[in-house]
Design a binder for this molecule. Structure first.
Ligand SMILES: *Cc1c(COP(=O)(O)O)cnc(C)c1O
Length: 379
């Protein structure tokens, strides 16, 4: 086994050089501000990308974080203090925190085993228990689309709005439709380790132009149209810089290539693990993940714990990470309700057996083989 002196990271930005062209233009034209032609261009180009598969039109708004996009989505959905919101349980906390920014109360909905995302059966059960719930926030984990047909149908039947957290799922598709276009309000993220990045940033996607306009109003300190600074409600400073948007425009042209390289990494792990008692993060046949992160679970009943694998990898300067710890297990949400189908939470089980593996698209085949060897040595 060859040893490496370089770190093998989980996922880092992959720049292509053409980002600089857009940045340079922002400098040349002195559009170094939280608005401008790169912001407009990034929104238009993202619209074209998302609507390319025959989706209904979406209106995009560049923001300084995916979390900001989720917050504005929750505001657009009309969440008021005390409102119940049905949320993915196993996800990054940014999916669910914005509900609390508006005073809403999260009820967590368990995952299913086929995609690790919100279980439609648990969602239906949640609506039985909370018939007044008017909003659902669901995330697609690690680039794998959830069971959108069922989730959309259940939301419609209960007259609830759907907010899709597609922060990890840009470029993923479910039945030919892109993630980020299933809900009424949807969020993307361009944080440093996402499939494309602007260093930091996000985008809100709305079904209609009026909603985008309202979101832009809140994102720019809620200034009323008046000759002076006039304010009737609370706003935020959430806009994306025109410099940063330039990075995004170039990155978007490389998204499909990033996706292909991510998929190759996933397939290599899959093949290498064929004789180990582990499984890759699963997806359903009618979906096309972006394979943002390759993950594995140790099969039930095996003695090996993911944290032992993580530590062994760390000794060899290889970065891996635990699966998102479910929200109902977080001290900050102590006492919040969790809806499961069976006795035991599926999310808890996946968390206990799972690990995110190095998925950087600059990782060589040799480096990946080294990662695999270390993992094999754990069994
Ligand atoms: C990254 C991420 C976010 C937040 O995006 P930021 O741009 O970092 O604010 C939200 N939800 C999920 C599931 C994420 O992975």
């Amino acid at each position: 086994m060859k040893s490496y002196h370089q770190n093998i990271p989980l996922a880092t930005p992959t720049m292509h050089g053409d980002e600089m062209t857009y940045i340079q233009e922002a400098f040349d034209r002195n559009w170094v501000a939280p608005l401008g032609f790169n912001c407009d261009g990034f929104e238009t180009e993202m619209n074209a990308y998302l609507n390319g598969t025959g989706n209904t039109d979406f209106f995009a708004l560049c923001l300084n974080a995916g979390t900001a996009a989720l917050h504005l989505a929750v505001k657009l959905a009309g969440i008021k203090p005390g409102d119940t919101v049905l949320c993915s349980d196993m996800t990054f906390i940014a999916t669910v925190n914005p509900v609390a920014y508006e005073g809403g109360k999260q009820v967590f909905v368990d995952s299913e085993r086929e995609t690790w995302n919100m279980d439609p059966r648990a969602l239906e059960k949640a609506f039985q228990k909370y018939p007044d719930a008017k909003v659902v926030v669901m995330a697609h984990l690690y680039g794998t689309p959830g069971k959108m047909n069922e989730i959309v149908e259940i939301c419609k039947r209960h007259n609830a709005l759907l907010i899709e957290d597609a922060a990890e799922a840009l470029g993923s598709e479910y039945r030919g439709k892109k993630c980020g276009t299933f809900g009424q309000y949807n969020a993307l993220s361009f944080n440093g380790n996402k499939i494309i990045t602007t260093s930091g940033g996000g985008m809100l996607l709305c079904e209609n132009a009026d909603d985008r306009k309202r979101a832009l109003f809140w994102a720019t300190q809620a200034r009323e149209p008046a000759p002076w600074y006039q304010h009737e409600e609370m706003g935020y400073n959430y806009r994306m810089s025109n410099v940063v948007a330039g990075i995004g425009r170039a990155q978007l042209t490389h998204l499909d290539e990033h996706r292909e390289r991510k998929e190759k990494i996933y397939r290599r792990y899959q093949e290498a693990f064929s004789d180990l008692p582990v499984s890759m993060n699963p997806y359903v046949a009618d979906s096309k993940p972006n394979f943002w992160l390759s993950c594995m679970t140790v099969n039930p009943g095996m003695g090996v714990k993911p944290i032992e694998i993580l530590n062994r990898l760390k000794e060899h300067r290889i970065e891996s990470r635990p699966i998102w710890k479910p929200m109902h297990m977080q001290p900050i949400f102590d006492g919040y309700d969790l809806i499961t189908v069976g006795e035991r939470s599926v999310g808890e089980d996946i968390f206990a057996r799972g690990l995110c593996l190095p998925s950087d698209i600059k990782m060589t085949e040799e480096e990946q083989a080294y990662v695999v060897d270390i993992i094999k040595s754990c069994f």
